[in-house]
Design a protein around this ligand. Structure first.
Ligand SMILES: NC(=O)c1ccc[n+]([C@@H]2O[C@H](COP(=O)([O-])OP(=O)(O)OC[C@H]3O[C@@H](n4cnc5c(N)ncnc54)[C@H](OP(=O)(O)O)[C@@H]3O)[C@@H](O)[C@H]2O)c1
Length: 319
């Protein structure tokens, strides 16, 4: 009898994963501790389902690891380790986030389009903003430019949602390659032209050396006066000083921020009290462990069949 391949489940939810994946043609070993136990069996394990921060701690104990499915969308804790492990492939989690992020986007767009964000922000200062709310809600968004920075798994769903609301949805990616959900896609090198006059800008790109600070004062200045900026990708993409200045000057209508350079956002950070700035605690797409299961299942069966899994991370690219 041939031995079944072994999969290490390296996650706080390892026991639950083990229960629902028991029918797979593999042997599952659960590792719920954040750092590796002194288990010699780890040395020969070829596959893993893992949270990237924990896998980074386990990696030295897993010299035979060939493929890992991340339980997160971003795999930044692993990136510095991958160049020394060229035989290891990592799949980022794709699939569960788009629909949740669309719900978050629609909530804030409803508030933006109806002028309710103006009223909510004014409540902090006990201001009655009847006229400003009416002016905002009187604007017709049909055909207005809405830019999504990032046309990947999540960006495509956001583009489709903006299109469904009547916006002219423009995607920004590295090459300008077309993507479903968008009326047009522009390469990042021409980002200023794409942003010119946009009423809505949503950022959903990963944190890489290239995306750091992409949304700077030049980029924000291109937006239509009163525009909405939403950042659900990573905090490093937005230049904080430029964003604060655009809110203070009134050029930016509102900022909705779900991700930050430093999380939790420090209590004394200016974003908490900046005008018309809405902070949420990295919950725009709150995925439960169950959502990982079908993605892992499908990918593991591909790997076992010798086929390439989906969501493979390119360590050189950084996502
Ligand atoms: N807030 C939350 O709760 C939450 C939840 C899930 C994910 N996220 C964040 O969302 C990010 C995106 O997730 P995803 O699954 O959609 O990723 P993805 O499928 O890998 O797509 C990433 C997109 O970013 C674009 N991109 C990367 N570098 C770029 C650059 N320098 N200039 C322009 N575009 C660039 C890519 O362009 P190309 O098409 O040209 O490669 C691609 O379109 C994740 O990395 C994570 O940081 C946040």
């Amino acid at each position: 009898m041939t031995e079944r391949p072994v999969v290490a489940l390296i996650d706080a939810e390892a026991a639950r994963f083990a229960e629902v994946l028991a029918d797979l043609p593999v042997t599952l070993r659960s590792y719920a501790a954040p750092t590796p136990p002194g288990d010699p069996a780890l040395a020969s394990i070829p596959y893993a389902l893992a949270a990237p921060d924990r896998l980074a701690a386990y990696l030295p104990a897993l010299p035979a690891l060939r493929w890992a499915q991340s339980t997160w969308a971003g795999v930044n804790p692993l990136l510095p380790l991958l160049p020394s492990r060229p035989e290891l492939q990592v799949s980022a989690l794709k699939g569960p986030f788009g629909a949740l992020m669309v719900r978050y986007l629609n909530f804030w767009l409803d508030g933006f389009e109806q002028g309710l964000l103006v009223a909510l922000a004014a409540q902090r200062r006990a201001r009655w903003t009847h006229g400003a709310v009416r002016r905002q809600s009187g604007r017709d968004v049909r055909g207005a430019r809405a830019v999504v920075l990032g046309t990947g798994a999540i960006g495509m769903d956001l583009g489709a949602a903006l299109t469904a609301r009547g916006y002219h949805a423009i995607g920004l990616n590295r090459s300008g390659a077309p993507a479903p959900g968008f009326a047009e896609v522009t390469p990042i090198a021409r980002r200023l032209a794409a942003l010119a006059g946009a009423e809505v800008l949503v950022s959903v790109v990963p944190a890489t050396a290239e995306t750091a600070g992409l949304l700077d004062d030049e980029a924000l200045a291109e937006l239509a006066p009163g525009a909405l900026l939403m950042n659900v990708g990573r905090g490093s993409v937005v230049q904080e000083a430029a964003l604060l200045a655009a809110l203070e000057s009134g050029h930016l209508g509102a900022a909705v921020l779900d991700v930050f350079d430093s999380e939790p956002l420090p209590e004394d950070h200016a974003f908490w009290s900046a005008p018309r700035c809405f902070v949420t605690p990295h919950i725009s797409a709150p995925t439960e462990w169950e959502a990982v299961v079908p993605v892992f299942r499908e990918n593991l069966l591909k790997v076992l069949a010798g086929e390439p899994p989906t969501g493979l991370v390119d360590p050189g690219r950084g996502y």
